[in-house]
Design a protein around this ligand. Structure first.
Ligand code: BJ8
Length: 425
């Protein structure tokens, strides 16, 4: 571990001992889940490199930005419009909240019966183990679920937090409310950064974020090939890293990876032989370093070819349409794009069911695994509708409810293996 990293973490107020323990757990897990596997695309080398120094290189860039007076804005949800932050000269970073490690640090405050993502988020701040949290000037939360909404009040006692109100319905009145929220967010970010957003700066930000979305769409389209050219674990990692890497560099790296995958597809080279069971994962987000379900599915001999999640298609399937260089119109276009995210926080949310069916057909899957974080009531309840719809469509479904711990891994493995036995081609 580079001394300069340690010095930087100390300056950020990181608890070095606990942080060492966190990194010491991450290394062997990464080795087992990613590095030990053969036939990975060479383009994954970039991702191995950034994860190998996960709290170093990028944090250094954020610190350099802050040293010049720039601001860092941390987020937890794909509803927060990152274009607004980029357009004001800030840097948005999606916080991970996918580690079991930080959960005990939040449990003295939060009920044990709280979703792992919420506990992990608060634990990272309370335990002083995340340099991204520490390097951020503002954390932006949202009202997508009750647990997060109330957790942000507690988090606000330790770190500056601003909360956006996400409506629960997709009616015209809700769209108005959301447009008002996006406008208010613009004001907050302009105040924070001291920079006015202009039509030009917003147009540039929209272009950059759209380019990354297109690159991720390209990656997803390549995964539709049979045999699949890349494992689900690697593809998931690419999306997870996109949440905190620089948007332009990230776009380049995804496109370089896709160039390589184009060749694999053209020559029929797959990550697993043709005839391997193909699985779509749908449900709660899998924030880095949460690779548990993908690891189980792929170790059981299947390949994950898509994710209908916020660390999957919900993150990039919609672009912001180009509109005239008029700031008001652009803000409206941004707001509309984000209202089109089919999160289970909406009622009704028929569009998500349509998405799952469409993706299952497009990706030619043999089955769908619904991924639910324990105590996430919106996704757990919506799973009943997913089940009904998939039954009607003749698509096999397995529902998994879990957390970040390893306690139930063996049991999940048995259930996944039995499911694969049933659906394999
Ligand atoms: S847009 S899915 S990222 S809210 S924290 S709702 S798992 S109980 S994360 Fe999400 Fe935005 Fe929706 Fe996507 Fe459930 Fe846990 Fe709440 Fe969660």
């Amino acid at each position: 571990m580079a001394d300069e990293n340690v010095e930087m973490w100390e300056k950020l107020g990181i608890d070095i001992e606990k942080h060492n323990a966190l990194l010491n757990r991450l290394g062997p897990a990464y080795q087992e889940i990613f590095l030990s596997r053969e036939n990975r695309p060479e383009g994954m080398g970039f991702y191995d490199f950034v994860v190998g120094d996960i709290h170093g290189i990028r944090v250094k860039e954020l610190r350099a930005h802050a040293a010049k007076g720039g601001k860092v804005v941390a987020t937890y949800c794909v509803f927060v419009p990152e274009e607004i932050v980029w357009a004001a000269g800030g840097i948005p970073v999606g916080l991970c909240a996918g580690a079991q490690f930080s959960i005990p640090m939040a449990e003295p405050i939060l009920s044990r019966n709280t979703c792992a993502l919420i506990k992990s988020s608060l634990g990272f701040k309370l335990g002083l183990v995340c340099p991204y949290v520490q390097a951020s000037h503002l954390i932006v939360g949202e009202t997508t679920c009750d647990g997060k909404k109330k957790m942000f009040e507690i988090l606000n006692e330790y770190h500056p937090v601003y909360v956006m109100e996400v409506p629960n319905k997709k009616s015209e009145r809700s769209q108005e409310l959301w447009l008002g929220e996006v406008r208010a967010f613009k004001d907050v970010i302009e105040d924070l950064t001291g920079n006015k957003i202009t039509a030009d700066s917003l147009a540039e930000a929209i272009d950059s974020v759209n380019a990354r979305r297109r690159a991720l769409q390209r990656l997803y389209n390549l995964r539709k090939a049979s045999p699949a050219p890349i494992s689900g674990r690697d593809a998931l990692l690419v999306t997870q890293v996109s949440f905190y890497d620089d948007v332009k560099r990230n776009t380049q790296m995804i496109n370089a990876l896709c160039d390589e995958l184009d060749e694999r597809v053209a020559s029929g080279q797959g990550i697993a032989p043709e005839g391997t069971a193909r699985i779509l994962v749908s449900g709660c987000p899998q924030a880095i370093p949460n690779w548990k379900l993908h690891q189980v599915i792929e170790s059981a001999g299947a390949v994950v070819v898509g994710e209908e999640t916020c660390t999957g298609t919900r993150f990039f399937s919609e672009l912001v349409p180009s509109v005239d260089s008029n700031l008001d119109k652009q803000i409206e276009a941004v707001a509309n794009r984000y209202m089109n995210i089919h999160c289970a926080c909406f009622t009704p949310n028929e569009e998500r069911l349509d998405d799952i069916v469409r993706l299952a057909r497009e990706c030619k899957v043999d089955g769908i695994i619904h991924y639910n974080l324990q105590f996430c009531h919106t996704y757990a309840t919506e799973a009943a509708q997913v089940e009904k719809r998939l039954e009607k469509e003749g698509l096999p479904l397995l529902r998994i409810e879990t957390d970040y711990s390893d306690e139930d891994t063996g049991q999940i493995k048995n259930r996944v293996e039995a499911f694969l036995e049933m659906v394999k081609p």
